[in-house]
Design a protein around this ligand. Structure first.
Ligand code: HEC
Length: 114
């Protein structure tokens, strides 16, 4: 390959991977700041709040399989209010606090927990 083509390909791909890493860092910060109090930094839900409300373990393969991206996005946007095994499960909606790109980045982040 012509060395100029190689240089161009490298120059074009570097900023992309840097941007991608930046998104992941931002999503991680969001998760730790807004979600980890209930879901745990590791996503296992082993927090005081998580225990009281029966928060599931999102690192679990069965959980990951049982939830589509759309369902995860929907839950983050609209929140959760239901009862399961006698435990009240409540999560505030984040649709007004976070923009669509932030919510998408959280869906992707949740996929990395497994
Ligand atoms: C006040 C505690 C609390 C906070 C903060 C919280 N959640 Fe939740 N979340 C819950 C509870 C309770 C449930 C329902 C139990 C479960 O399915 O694990 C839930 C469920 C979910 C679900 C699964 C929904 C479903 O249909 O099963 C996702 C995905 C989720 N939360 C993501 C997030 C994200 C992302 C954040 C941060 C932006 C967040 N949560 C912040 C308490 C919380």
């Amino acid at each position: 390959m012509n060395k100029w083509i190689i240089a161009a390909v490298v120059a074009l791909s570097l900023p992309l991977s840097a941007a991608r890493a930046e998104v992941d860092k931002k999503a991680e910060r969001l998760w730790k700041g807004k979600c980890a109090s209930c879901h745990g930094a590791d996503g296992k839900g082993q927090t005081d709040q998580g225990g009281k409300m029966g928060v599931a373990d999102y690192t679990d393969a069965a959980w990951q399989k049982g939830h589509t991206d759309a369902a995860i996005k929907d839950a983050i946007t609209k929140g959760v209010k239901r009862e399961k095994n006698g435990k009240k499960q409540e999560m505030d909606p984040f649709g007004e606090k976070l923009d669509a790109a932030q919510i998408d980045s959280l869906v992707a982040y949740i996929r990395t927990l497994k």
